[in-house]
Design a protein around this ligand. Structure first.
Ligand code: ADP
Length: 283
């Protein structure tokens, strides 16, 4: 399978300080890749480099086979971007926002009108087409951002914290949209703070910390490496965690304890592994 994204030995320095530090990984065509990390890990900077918004200080980045610095125009034609901050124009209507983006990408009519209609229907905003964006809810604005990012039919979609600040129902609706697009063959890279989002959506997970990739793999691979069973022990107001290769081994360990007070066994999850690796919990 060909690589949709290739990052090789990339650094990004701000004021001579590396915020992305010798980063290398690839994303296969059709893959749903999740980039996870605490605040300041360098996730947004990585997305900004991948989407041509900022240049790497050193190293090579290819997106859809094009070099992001030498062939940024071609890269822009192949990608859709949904950034953290709401980037739609709130003083324009839903349709006008789509129309503007379609013209920017030189999509000719009648194809432009047909695509706008199609994607607004897809994200269930067709009935709000003439409403000003400022009258939409946060979830609707995010759906509009997604529809707009899809208008020029990109091969790869970048989503930077797509569900931050949304209520649980709206998050799940967005998950369905994201999953459906991926099933249709779209390659996706998403950054998030939410472990459940990664567990539900992503084929492969990269964990970043301090500008570096500290872990890469599927969830089953990460669980296998760190231990699939967990013994938790409450000591005062904090919990001590011990990983075991399997849930069975964790249970055997618990059974052998004379005093089981404050102890419990469960299967490990991504959050346990994240905390183990970064020493931090996400907010
Ligand atoms: P994340 O998305 O993982 O929270 P970011 O990529 O936003 O991390 O930020 C990584 C680090 O780079 C942070 O310490 C941040 O303050 C710094 N940074 C990001 N953008 C700039 C910039 N334009 N100028 C200076 N420092 C920046």
């Amino acid at each position: 399978m060909s690589n949709a994204v290739s990052i090789q030995n990339v650094c990004k320095l701000y004021n001579k300080i590396p915020v992305v530090n010798h980063l290398s990984f690839t994303i296969e065509s059709g893959e749903m890749f999740g980039l996870l990390g605490p605040n300041g890990a360098g996730k947004s900077t990585t997305i900004r480099m991948l989407t041509t918004l900022t240049k790497p200080s050193s190293g090579q980045i290819q997106v859809a086979g094009y070099d992001v610095t030498q062939q940024s125009l071609q890269v822009k034609q192949c990608i859709g971007v949904v950034l953290q901050q709401i980037s739609v124009d709130t003083d324009l209507s839903v349709w006008e926002n789509m129309e503007f983006h379609g013209r920017m990408h030189h999509i000719p009519n009648p194809k432009r009108q047909q695509l706008i209609k199609q994607w607004l229907e897809y994200v269930e905003l067709a009935e709000r087409r003439d409403d000003l964006v400022k009258t939409l809810s946060g979830g609707m604005k995010r759906r509009l951002q997604i529809a707009r990012a899809l208008l020029h039919e990109p091969q790869i979609l970048f989503l930077d914290e797509p569900t931050v600040g949304l209520d649980p129902q709206t998050r799940r609706r967005l998950w369905e949209i994201i999953r459906d697009l991926n099933k249709q063959g779209m390659t996706m890279l998403l950054t998030t703070h939410y472990m459940d989002e990664v567990e539900y959506l992503c084929d492969r997970i990269g964990i970043m910390d301090g500008g570096k990739l500290i872990k890469l793999g599927t969830l089953p691979q990460l669980r296998q490496q760190h231990g699939e069973g967990l013994v938790m022990k409450q000591i005062g107001d904090r919990w001590e965690y011990n990983f075991f290769p399997t849930l069975e081994e964790a249970n055997v360990y618990l059974d052998r304890q004379a005093d089981k007070t404050g102890m419990m066994v469960r299967a490990s999850n991504l959050e346990d592994i994240f905390v183990e690796l970064t020493g931090r919990q996400l907010d």
